[in-house]
Design a protein. Structure first.
Length: 114
């Protein structure tokens, strides 16, 4: 059974940092294209960063230069270092596969506010 779990969110002031972590089970982690998604209130879930088997990493324009994705295939973990956070980064963050996402976790809430 595929399952993802996210952690590391919290409340931070603008300009602050957070590091999100993701664990996955039920997949061949090293072969999987993975992504960090977020869902802001009233908006559709969107991709913010992706990592594919070749090692290529992609960032959305809104987070490029501020967020850094890393993956550890040996530990089946996936992280997102978020720096210089902005109020518009406030959202619930999820990790999942890029192709046929499944086994969604509860996500981790990130709130950026004074």
């Amino acid at each position: 059974q595929v399952q993802f779990a996210e952690s590391g969110g919290g409340l931070v002031q603008p300009g602050g940092s957070l590091n999100l972590s993701c664990t996955a089970s039920g997949i061949v982690f090293r072969d999987a294209g993975l992504g960090w998604y977020r869902q802001r209130r009233g908006k559709q879930r969107e991709l913010v960063a992706t990592s594919i088997k070749s090692g290529t990493i992609w960032y959305s324009t809104s987070v490029k230069g501020r967020f850094t994705l890393a993956r550890d295939n040996a530990r089946s973990t996936f992280s997102l270092q978020m720096n210089n956070l902005k109020p518009e980064d406030t959202a619930v963050y999820y990790c999942n596969k890029l192709i046929t996402p499944e086994g969604w976790g509860q996500g981790t809430q990130v709130t950026v506010s004074e």
